[in-house]
Design a protein around this ligand. Structure first.
Ligand SMILES: [Zn+2]
Length: 291
């Protein structure tokens, strides 16, 4: 199979984000109410999408959960019995990182009745669009208790983490994709004296607790395919670097992830991306890993 088969990265100009945040003339972040209204509308328009809930946050906010299957199932055990690969997509575990949450809404729209709906012939998809609604409401990284949700998946000390894992045990994932944001300056400026150059970082699981065979398979299939597609897209319009551990260390300035991209500003639809580009264009032209 060619490395890039099955992996497609769209140039930024081709991406239309269908989420409440981009429905208004002036884009703004999606509120909890708007999020539920949007998902309820999607569920009404497509039998593939079923809206459910993990439960409630510590401050009593709903934790929406979306099931996407060709059959329109909302029973995790029944979905597991379909025996298709199960993909879990998680957004906004860190409340002050809204991009992942917004992306999950746009993706839910594309999967339920849009251009990606045919993927449900082969996959079952579960989406948690906003894992930390209390943090989102307060623009804080952590949960209402002050605990970092993303550091609690072994301890399971928080209601939000326990609620997530309860459903995950019923419908075990084959793949989990967890979406975060990262700073452009901040720690990058402290460590390396430079701004972060890329708009997207993609990394397979390399934690020592992940079986080595799985990490190797991910490196062989996923990383190679993603990198090839990214390089293809780069040559068109969208500079993108796949980063992975190896040449990067905390003490040495890495050559890939910290550099400045070409100075042409693409027609970015996302204000954060546009802002990042304007940061970058003030720097010198950078390098690319694509050869
Ligand atoms: Zn994060």
């Amino acid at each position: 199979m060619p490395a890039e088969e099955g992996v497609r990265i769209l140039a930024l100009e081709q991406v239309v984000l269908d989420s409440p945040a981009f429905a208004a003339a002036t884009p703004s972040l999606t509120s909890d109410d708007a999020l539920v209204r949007f998902l309820t509308t999607l569920a009404g328009a497509s039998r593939r999408l079923r809206l459910s809930s993990l439960g409630q946050s510590q401050q009593g906010r709903d934790l929406p959960l979306i099931y996407l299957t060709r059959e329109g199932l909302d029973d995790p055990l029944a979905i597991a019995r379909l025996d298709r690969p199960v993909i879990w997509l998680i957004g906004q575990q860190h409340g002050n990182e809204p991009a992942g949450g917004e992306a999950m809404l746009a993706l839910a729209a594309a999967l339920s009745s849009g251009e990606l709906a045919s993927l449900l012939d082969r996959l079952s998809i579960v989406i948690v669009p906003r894992g930390n609604p209390d943090g989102a409401a307060d623009d804080r990284r952590v949960l209402a208790s002050g605990v970092d949700l993303n550091r609690d998946h072994l301890l399971l000390s928080q209601p939000e983490t326990r609620a997530l894992h309860q459903v995950m045990r019923l419908l075990p994932p084959d793949v989990v994709i967890d979406h975060h944001e990262f700073s452009v300056a901040g720690r990058w400026a402290e460590k390396f004296g430079a701004l972060h150059a890329v708009d997207v970082m993609i990394l397979e699981a390399t934690h020592p607790s992940v079986p080595r065979s799985l990490t190797e398979i991910a490196g062989r299939l996923y990383r190679r395919a993603a990198s090839a597609s990214a390089c293809k897209a780069t040559s068109a319009a969208w500079p993108l670097i796949i980063s992975w551990p190896g040449p990067c260390s905390k003490r040495r300035r890495p050559k890939g992830p910290v550099c400045a991209p070409p100075s042409r500003l693409p027609a970015a639809r996302s204000p954060p991306i546009a802002a990042r580009w304007s940061f970058h264009t003030s720097l010198r032209a950078g390098r690319s890993r694509c050869r």
